[in-house]
Write a protein that binds this ligand. Sequence first.
Ligand code: NAD
Length: 251
Amino acid sequence: MKHKISLISRKIAECGKNVFFTGAGISTESGIPDYRSKGGLWDKFKPIYFDDFISSKKARIEYWKQKTELYQDLIQAKPNPAHIAIAELHKMGLLEAVITQNIDGLHQESGLPDQKVVELHGNTRRVRCLSCNKLFSEDEVQQRIESGDLAPECQCGGYLKPDTISFGQAMPVEAVEKAVEISGNCDLFIVVGSTLIVHPAAQMPYYAKENGAFLVVLNLSETPCDKMCDVLIQGKAGEVLQRILNEVVKP
Ligand code: NAD
């Protein structure tokens, strides 16, 4: 492990374009469960598909009920040592971008500017009207839900939905294009806390590798990229990234 940490630290210091790709696993140490681990969100909630959200008020009420419960965890969650290590690298001028599958906004909370974060699945701190695209804060909409408006709608009559991508919903084209471009042009690509099985997000490490980037996978469990990566660490994101940061700072 020590040798791997030193190698990654050296690569971060040497490479111009360092990209992190993060999934739900980077936020478990902030108290937000991932989907697929035991005790994760899929043990608790049944996913609601986008078509059902559009066609059924019952589904919209159930969706917002789940979101309300998750939001309580989310507003209490703070960036953990893994988010903070990446933000420190940004302060040192060593970060090209973070591409994230997460919807929790914790990279920005840790100090990264919006321009450095590509959100592939949106951000649950925002709510969007599906008809006129008007944005609302989640806090504002949660207040309406608390006062009994269980499937809130916009003034225009459109359905309000957290600005995240549900199963069956189209991906945000601009974010995906940006992620493909960044992945295909980086020198170092570090995956943190993702099973790498949700597409098109999971293709990003392949774009990086095809361009000759050095590929690191840091995840607790196995991923489909374990065999092709240059360095594999099966460990906890917070602890490992802090160790890497320490070596970048003190070579
Ligand atoms: P996932 O739930 O499929 O997998 C998470 C991975 O992280 C697992 O392989 C697990 O072994 C690993 N992991 C868990 N804790 C870790 C830790 N401390 N250190 C290192 N690795 C750890 O997540 P995914 O592949 O990102 O995809 C699930 C989808 O669910 C995402 O697309 C995302 O949109 C959504 N999601 C987001 C959040 C969030 O925003 N925090 C939380 C749950 C799900």
